[in-house]
Design a protein around this ligand. Structure first.
Ligand SMILES: C[C@H](O)[C@H](O)[C@H]1CNC2=NC(N)=NC(=O)C2=N1
Length: 248
């Protein structure tokens, strides 16, 4: 490969672009600078490399664009992914591999395999993924749209103790308990409240008739259900709440 010194570059690292064999001499570039030509070539080479990878081949090469996407958690930084309903289907929590998302959203996704979970939008793990192992992510009104009834019904089996309700057009998850007494109900709420604070996602808590506890979960930022709600419900089901409950 021959090297060219780009205009304005003193031949240093910034000014020098490794020329690709097919860069044409200036006069044939119709006024486009060799630098832009090099950038376009690099982009097309990158697109080439992004072709769907053969998942059976596990490459040890370091280049993330070449190595097949490893089946680890795929984290989509929330800022990069417009979570409109058209994309939500790509971000369902099960069923699709991370490579699938990379193909579907190649230009919109800065895929970070190391980004801390808190900052990213996690997606699909395997369909057997226990939702209680996932983490709620911050709800930004402009990025969120409520999931469809269909999506909600598909996720519902993961939280079998809860019911899907439509409360005046707002879909919610709802579950009821009977506690020993009023104060045990408040203790019950404290345990759930600590979990909610840790997750940064909060349920609606009701204590009626002194010992009837109802929890409703929905995402207020978008007026409907998102994956956060199912994660929170799954985590609530894992809490040690038996000591607050009335014997059946
Ligand atoms: C930034 C942070 O995610 C928001 O303030 C959270 C707090 N807890 C929340 N909880 C619920 N249920 N819905 C929300 O929209 C919501 N927003």
């Amino acid at each position: 490969m021959k090297e060219i010194t780009l205009p304005g570059g003193g031949g240093g690292r910034v000014g020098k672009a490794v020329a690709w064999k097919s860069i044409r001499p200036w006069k044939e570039l119709e006024g486009r600078s060799p630098f832009m030509e090099a950038v376009d070539l690099q982009r097309s080479e990158r697109k080439e490399r992004r072709k769907p990878v053969d998942k059976t081949v596990v490459s040890s090469r370091r280049d993330p664009l070449k190595a097949p996407m490893l089946p680890t958690r795929l984290l989509l930084p929330l800022a990069y992914v417009p979570l409109k309903s058209s994309h939500l289907s790509c971000l369902r929590p099960y069923g699709r591999s991370s490579a699938h998302v990379a193909e579907l959203l190649p230009d919109l996704v800065e895929i970070s395999l190391s980004r801390a979970i808190l900052n990213g939008f996690r997606t699909f793990c395997s369909s057997s993924q226990d939702l209680s192992l996932k983490k709620c992510v911050p709800c930004k009104k402009k990025d969120l749209s409520p999931m469809t009834e269909g999506n909600a019904s598909e996720l519902k089996p993961k939280v079998p103790e809860w019911e899907l309700v439509n409360d005046g057009g707002i879909m919610k998850l709802r579950r009821n308990w009977k506690v020993k007494n009023f104060l045990q109900g408040l203790e019950f709420f404290k345990v759930v409240g600590e979990l909610a604070e840790a997750e940064g996602h909060h349920p609606d808590l009701h204590l009626a008739g002194w010992n009837n506890v109802t929890i409703e979960i929905w995402t207020h930022a978008c007026g409907g259900l998102t994956e956060n709600d199912f994660i929170l419900a799954a985590k609530i089901d894992k809490l040690p709440l038996e000591s607050f409950l009335r014997r059946k």
